[in-house]
Write a protein that binds this ligand. Structure first.
Ligand code: CA
Ligand code: CA
Length: 229
């Protein structure tokens, strides 16, 4: 004979088996995640730089970035997409370098914009749900770019509906508001920003010089996501 307490235990067990079964998606939002596969350029320097001083710099671990997971179906959206900039006549290189897929740290692969606050902007062509943004400013030398701010909008002028997905301007020297993110040293890994699925057609990236000089540079920016429904 089955006791009442036994059947209760059985019911609880069934309950957990159902909710924890694969595919139910109880532990997240039901969206299957896969590792984001990246093609990294070869490193241009080795070792951990120790001579860089900056008040908002993240702790240097010397470790490589752990795998990053994105919703299944996420793809590279930015390749060869049009790029505009606050500096319409770059000092070196071409704005097209930002999305041409070339990420080498060698000479001839970066675009150089003028000093002070400058931005580049990528037009994805239509509104997308964004799952990862990777930035390589310049990785042939250990340096920190100032006031790295990344925004997403459906407005090409970034006046309305602007969402900030990264801001390491801790003292508001770029004038776009104080950010809580940390400054970091450029490497061949690029900087990975998690936009957490925000929607937008345009991505705008700001900077204000770097620890080596006053200029602003981009080797490549990659934007990963899915087309918005
Ligand atoms: Ca490039
Ligand atoms: Ca600042």
């Amino acid at each position: 004979m089955i006791k009442k307490s036994d059947s209760l235990v059985f019911t609880i067990l069934l309950f957990f088996l159902f909710f924890l079964s694969p595919g139910f998606g109880f532990q997240d939002t039901g969206q299957e995640k896969v590792e984001l596969k990246l093609k990294l350029p070869k490193p241009m320097f080795v070792g951990t730089p120790r001579n860089i001083r900056s008040p908002n710099l993240e702790r240097i671990t010397g470790k490589s970035r752990p795998p990053f997971y994105v919703p299944k179906g996420t793809e590279l959206l930015s390749l060869d997409k049009p790029v505009t900039s606050s500096d319409t006549e770059p000092v070196i290189g071409d704005l097209g370098f930002v999305t041409d897929g070339e990420k080498s740290g060698e000479e001839g692969y970066y675009v150089e914009l003028g000093p002070s606050v400058q931005w580049v902007q990528i037009d994805l062509g239509r509104s997308c749900s964004l799952n990862a943004v990777l930035i390589w400013h310049y990785h042939s030398q250990a340096r920190v770019y100032r006031d790295v701010i990344v925004q997403v909008s459906d407005d090409s002028d970034f006046i309305t509906d602007v969402q900030t997905i990264y801001n390491n301007d801790h003292d508001n020297s770029a004038g776009l508001g104080i950010g809580k993110d940390k400054e970091y040293i450029e490497t061949n890994e690029g900087r990975l920003i998690d936009p957490r699925g925000v929607n937008g057609r345009y991505i705008r990236l700001y900077s204000r010089g770097n620890t080596s000089n006053e200029m602003n540079h981009y080797v490549e920016v990659e934007v990963y996501g899915t087309l918005s429904k």
